[in-house]
Design a protein around this ligand. Structure first.
Ligand code: SF4
Length: 384
């Protein structure tokens, strides 16, 4: 049994000079710090560019106030307390209020702020909503990190969902295998629970979140193997983050190892324009070219993932680019009329987000709709 120690004060970290601690305290007063001794032990403190350090130790650049707290207007997706329903077949249960560490680039950092009321303990209204909406075939447990919940609480949620015939897939989005694999290794009840509900007919997926190959330690791989033996399907999603995985070499190593261990890449995300996240964002052109350079060096299995923007309007895939244009396509859409919509924009190498782009196909920008001769913002496409 491993006694993992959680740290919430930057001063507890050690290794950082006092002046640095003082500077970072200003950041952690705005956006909380959280890590644990296992994850911090992976940092090479002699390497200023260590990707784990970059992921979890604050950066003064976070005090840049550009961006929005809820950049994709997730608040507009709530249909019941704790339940987001944006796409017809998928519901999100925001069931956890914590993570085993806080990624500095988190797009849901608002959940970890004291004055936010999005996190919910009683999900009964949400489950009733899902039960009564027969179009929903899959549910994503998210947060925060659902694996921070007790196994007992997790079981109550999964058991309820498994009583709903029209729910085929239950997904658990978790960075726990990276932040603290001992949560899995040391709790035999967890794989037992997953094995009970990940059945031949209806699997449970754990969508992992490994950003760098350095996180794929022997303990992390053991944690994943325990999940696989419990009948869980694994896939990985990660944003492309400045200083963590923004080179072809870093991505090749990550994609390769993920495919070897059976947690193949699922999505690569463009960083959302969330306030405080500017130091971590990579422009679309650079992220696309980096990912393409990496893809040329890995197997087909390692590169099945799509590179997408999770925009208020839907998941928008960056399909390609040439010297003049970006080619984008709605992979999932909030509005039915956008489903599969293909779009061409002028290439803009400093653009970070859909809203920075100018259409080149004669269509209105997707955040607008045309009324006669005037364009108006589409409902829910605007960040809060
Ligand atoms: S694990 Fe996910 S929810 Fe938690 S801090 Fe990281 S990005 Fe945010």
């Amino acid at each position: 049994m491993h006694d993992i120690i959680y740290l919430t004060d930057i001063e507890q970290v050690g290794h950082l000079p006092e002046q640095t601690q003082l500077r970072l305290r200003r950041v952690t007063e705005a956006y909380r710090f959280r890590a644990n001794d296992y994850y911090l032990s992976l940092i090479d403190w002699d390497d200023p560019d260590d990707p784990i350090r970059r992921l979890v130790i604050p950066d003064v650049g976070e005090l840049d106030a550009s961006g929005e707290l809820d950049a994709c207007n997730e608040r507009a997706n709530y249909v019941a307390p704790g339940c987001q329903h944006k796409y017809p077949h998928t519901a999100l249960l925001v069931c956890a209020e914590n993570c085993a560490g806080y990624c500095r680039y988190c797009f849901r950092k608002r959940l970890f702020m004291d004055n936010q009321a999005e996190r919910v303990r009683d999900l009964s209204e949400s489950i009733d909503y899902i039960r009564s909406n027969k179009r929903i075939s899959n549910v994503l447990l998210t947060g925060g990190d659902p694996l921070t919940l007790s196994t007992e609480r997790l079981e109550r949620i999964i058991r309820e969902l498994r009583t709903i015939d029209h729910i085929g897939v239950i997904r658990i989005g978790s960075k726990m295998p990276a932040f603290n694999p001992y949560r899995i290794i040391d709790d035999p009840e967890l794989p037992a629970l997953l094995a009970r509900y990940s059945t031949r007919e209806k699997r449970i997926y754990v969508i992992t979140h490994f950003d760098t190959v350095k996180e794929l330690t022997p303990a992390a791989c053991l944690g994943l193997e325990i999940l696989q033996k419990a009948g869980v399907i694994l896939a990985n999603q990660t944003p492309i983050v400045r200083g963590i995985n923004d080179t072809p070499e870093a991505l090749v190593k990550l994609m390769g190892k993920l495919s070897y261990i059976g947690a193949p890449p699922y999505y690569f995300f463009q960083c959302r324009p969330t306030v405080g996240n500017r130091p971590y964002a990579v422009p679309i052109t650079e992220a696309y070219q980096t990912l393409e350079a990496a893809k040329r060096q890995v197997s087909g299995l390692a590169k099945r993932a799509r590179y997408v923007m999770s925009h208020a309007l839907g998941k928008i895939e960056i399909v390609g680019m040439n010297e003049d244009y970006f080619f984008l396509k709605f992979h999932r859409a909030r509005y039915q009329e956008d489903e599969g919509r293909f779009m061409i924009f002028y290439r803009h190498d400093k653009a970070y987000w859909l809203d920075d782009l100018v259409p080149a196909d004669g269509q209105p920008h997707p955040v607008h709709e045309r009324h006669g001769d005037t364009l108006t913002p589409r409902v829910d496409a605007v960040a809060q």
